[in-house]
Design a protein around this ligand. Structure first.
Ligand code: KMH
Ligand code: ZN
Length: 273
């Protein structure tokens, strides 16, 4: 079986230090959390940035500083900025980190309720616009799908030339407003992907490790991190993103999956930069 790509979603836009003190806000904290995840076995860092006091931002300059600081210490790690940002941001605000020519970036494939009164807006025109920008800038999109309809949207827009194949998906499961993280739904999503696609799974909250195990067995890849889940086990806060990655590495070892280095990850995903 192919080696296992581990992505660490180290920060997110919604999770706070009140929920887990390890959530990074300052540049030093971003370097620390990225480093611990990388050293534990993550080859991709999925990145949202914050200002020092914790406000999420898509500001290009803040991304530049954080990305350069991480790369200065861990030059081969793959940094995958979010273009989802935080609920309520405009399309152009969200796209800013793609101007820095990262190897990858997320591309969210549909609109969904996001808890309470929040709606995470991704209209068809937004998805087309983001897809075009990523092709223009030579960035491999990680297609964030929170429900089955979003896979269908990606395939439709792929046929129209907005997204290139082979596609790489992130099955984000267990968001309040998206598909659940039950195994039955994982089998359904996974079975809906094109044969030439790669995928990673991001189980939110209590689904993080059950879905990681499912993807490891299935030959898929895994995303973990404080963005998705702040606990290492029921009721016990994770000490760091590194601790969450270490748990995935242990699971992979039990099932005989080796961990992909950043160079191997580039090969598997066809990253060319
Ligand atoms: N923060 C969410 C509204 C992504 O990174 O592309 C969107 C999100 C998805 O986290
Ligand atoms: Zn994200």
């Amino acid at each position: 079986m192919e080696k296992l790509i581990i992505t660490a979603a180290i920060s997110g836009a919604e999770v706070t230090k009140e929920m887990n003190p390890a959530v990074p806000y300052t540049i030093e904290e971003f370097v620390r959390e990225a480093g611990l995840a990388y050293e534990a076995g993550a080859s991709i860092i999925h990145l949202h940035v914050r200002y020092d006091e914790g406000t999420p931002t898509q500001d290009k300059e803040r991304f530049r500083v954080v990305m350069e600081a991480i790369k200065a210490k861990y030059p081969d790690v793959i940094i995958q900025p979010s273009t989802g940002g935080a609920v309520g941001m405009t399309d152009d605000e969200r796209l800013q980190p793609t101007e820095l020519s990262p190897e990858m970036a997320t591309l969210d494939c549909g609109t969904l309720n996001f808890g309470g009164d929040d709606v995470f807006m991704n209209t068809e025109n937004t998805i087309k616009y983001f897809g075009e920008k990523m092709i223009e800038r030579g960035i491999k999109p990680e297609l964030e799908v929170f429900d089955k309809s979003m896979i269908d949207m990606a395939l439709r827009l792929g046929k129209k030339g907005y997204i290139k194949s082979p596609m790489h998906f992130d099955l984000v499961m267990g968001v309040n407003g998206g598909i659940s993280g039950e195994l039955r739904d994982f089998v359904f999503l996974r079975g809906s992907l094109p044969a030439d696609a790669t995928y990673t799974v991001a189980g939110v909250g209590r689904y993080e490790f059950s879905l990681a195990a499912a993807a490891i067995i299935d030959g898929g890849h895994v995303r973990v991190g404080l963005e998705d889940n702040v606990y290492i086990s029921k009721g016990v806060l994770a000490k760091s993103n590194g601790e969450l990655v270490e748990k995935v590495v242990r699971l992979a070892k039990e099932f005989g999956r080796e961990i992909a280095t950043p160079a191997e990850t580039r090969k598997i995903l066809g990253l060319t930069k």
